[in-house]
Design a protein. Structure first.
Length: 178
């Protein structure tokens, strides 16, 4: 009997890239469409969720994609970046850190523990890579995500601009020490 939830590393193939591109685009719109213009959403999605872009990211040795499948259906994913400099203070000695660039779960699966399972697996990956911290950027107006990250011990350490089409938005930079 198969388990209902499986989190695994994404294959570095064109087929996996196409599936991630489709899911990423769909979940991006599900998450941000209500608060942003269609033009800005389309500009960002076109630049970041094409099969070619996803394949290039999959083939980058510093990028790890975790796929979440519920009953064999792809319903979420996390994009992780090794050696991230997000939020680093240039005056301090750099620490090895993993960045969670994206953690998306299909709307129907929010609240089921799927996001938490993806987060635990991302933190496990950081530990396996001997990172001292996990960092991420979260849109200042995404209260649900900010609360989720806070439950995992992430704390604000700064902010940076996030370009969504023609609009510069503010992302809070959060960090969790390991």
């Amino acid at each position: 009997m198969s388990q209902p939830l499986i989190i695994s590393l994404a294959k570095r193939t064109p087929a996996a890239a196409a599936k991630l591109a489709e899911l990423g685009r769909r979940l991006f719109y599900e998450t941000y469409a209500a608060q942003n213009t269609p033009e800005n959403l389309a500009a960002y999605a076109d630049a970041n969720f094409s099969p070619e872009q996803q394949l290039a990211e999959l083939q980058d040795p510093d990028t790890v994609y975790l796929e979440a499948r519920m009953l064999q259906e792809l319903v979420g994913y996390a994009k992780l970046r090794l050696h991230s400099e997000l939020g680093l203070d240039p005056a301090k000695v750099p620490e090895e850190r993993l960045e969670i660039e994206r953690l998306y779960v299909a709307e129907d699966w929010i609240g089921t523990g799927l996001g938490a399972a993806l987060m635990r697996r991302a933190i496990e990956e950081a530990r396996q890579q001997q990172c001292r911290a996990v960092v991420l950027g979260v849109w200042e107006h995404n209260a649900r995500a900010r609360e989720f990250y806070q439950r995992f011990g992430f704390r604000p350490i700064g902010q940076h601009a996030f370009q969504l089409g023609a609009e510069a938005q503010t992302d809070l930079i959060l960090r969790k020490g390991l």
